[in-house]
Structures are given as C-alpha cells and as structure tokens.
Design a protein around this ligand. Sequence first.
Ligand SMILES: Cc1cc2nc3c(=O)[nH]c(=O)nc-3n(C[C@H](O)[C@H](O)[C@H](O)COP(=O)(O)O)c2cc1C
Length: 197
Amino acid sequence: MKEIFDRRSIRKFKDTKVPRELIEKMIEAARMAPSAKNRQPWKYIVFEGGSRDILLDVMDKGLIAALNEPSLPEAAKPGVYDAQNTLRIMRGAPVIILVLNTNGTTPFGPPQDIFGRITEICDTLSIGASVENMLLTATEEGLGTLWIANTFFAHEPIRAFLKSNDQLACAIAAGYPDETPVMRPRKDINDIVEYRE
Ligand SMILES: Cc1cc2nc3c(=O)[nH]c(=O)nc-3n(C[C@H](O)[C@H](O)[C@H](O)COP(=O)(O)O)c2cc1C
C-alpha cells in the first residue's frame, strides 16, 4: 500500500545512472504479473545511453511525419503535440523501457473479429498488470517513472526501427526523480464503487 500511495508520474529526472540490478528487479516484478491464460504476452526492451538517443530520434521523426500526414484529422493534432511534449520528457530520462505485446499487431490494421478483440483486450490488461508491478517496484527503490502511451503516435516508425511485428503497447521512462509532485486528483471512492447485495 505504501508504494501504491507514494507512486507519482515523474516528468523530471536526475542525470544519475540507474543500476542494472534495479532495472532487473523491475522486470522480475513485471514477470510475476498475472496474465490471461498465462500467455505472458510481454517483452521489455531497455534503452540507455546512445541507443536511447537513437530510439528517441526515431520517435521524433515519426511524430513529425504524423503531423505532415495529409490524412491526419485536425482533431488529432493536439494528441501529436502532446506526444511531442512526452518525447521532451523522455529525453530527460536515463532509461526508456519499451513494452511490447508479443501477441499483438499494428493498431492501424483492419478491425479484428470478436475473438481477436477479446484476446487483445485480455493481453492489454495483462500487460497493464505487469507494468504496474514495475512502477511499484521502482517506487520502492526510490526511482521515478512515467508510463507512456503517446508512443502510439509513432507506432509504425518505432516498430520498423525495432524490426519487430509485435505491438508497441507502451513505454516507461525511469530514473531518479528530480521533482516531488503532489498526488493528482482521484475520483471519490463513493463515485466509483457500487455494492449490490
Ligand atoms: C496507459 C497510460 C498511458 C499514459 N501515457 C502518458 C503519456 O504518454 N505521457 C504522459 O506525460 N503521461 C502519461 N501517463 C501518465 C498519466 O497522465 C498519469 O498516470 C495520471 O495523470 C495520474 O497521475 P499519477 O500517475 O501521478 O498518479 C499515462 C498513464 C497511463 C496509465
């Protein structure tokens, strides 16, 4: 409960290197998450140093390409600008972990049949559990993290860069925090629970 209440999204990190043992501990926690049919549909790719810079340059170019894409609806542009802001935050984090759904595919393909959709929902739920395990472990170790889904705006360029057919479910920025944000507002417990007897 302590880590659940202490965790915050961190958007400012110190330069300090994160020891490899802590990254391994986070991934060990991720691995222990429950998953639908125990499929464990996850893979983690850890980027540090020069490889992190190259990845973020790929994301940068992908976001510019998204903005220049004539078929991008005007209403979608603020989402891409937000992703550019997330990218700026990612550049300040010493570690970026990409989280792949190894059972997933591009979100830009044709709609799937009902079984495909249910499978994808279940795999996404499983990956969410695994990511939360990582974030709580990081909090326990004094690290700050940011859970990132804005990578979706550069999904295809990043996937091509990775030479992977998996779905890029999300990313995690991690490092020692250089800010102490207050808790972001939460819905009242009475507004989110309903007991039926
Ligand atoms: C699936 C998911 C995707 C998110 N994507 C982003 C993102 O791309 N950029 C960002 O700055 N924050 C992102 N966040 C962080 C949320 O904004 C944050 O969790 C929320 O505002 C609550 O704040 P807290 O994490 O400090 O409690 C994401 C969180 C989740 C769970």
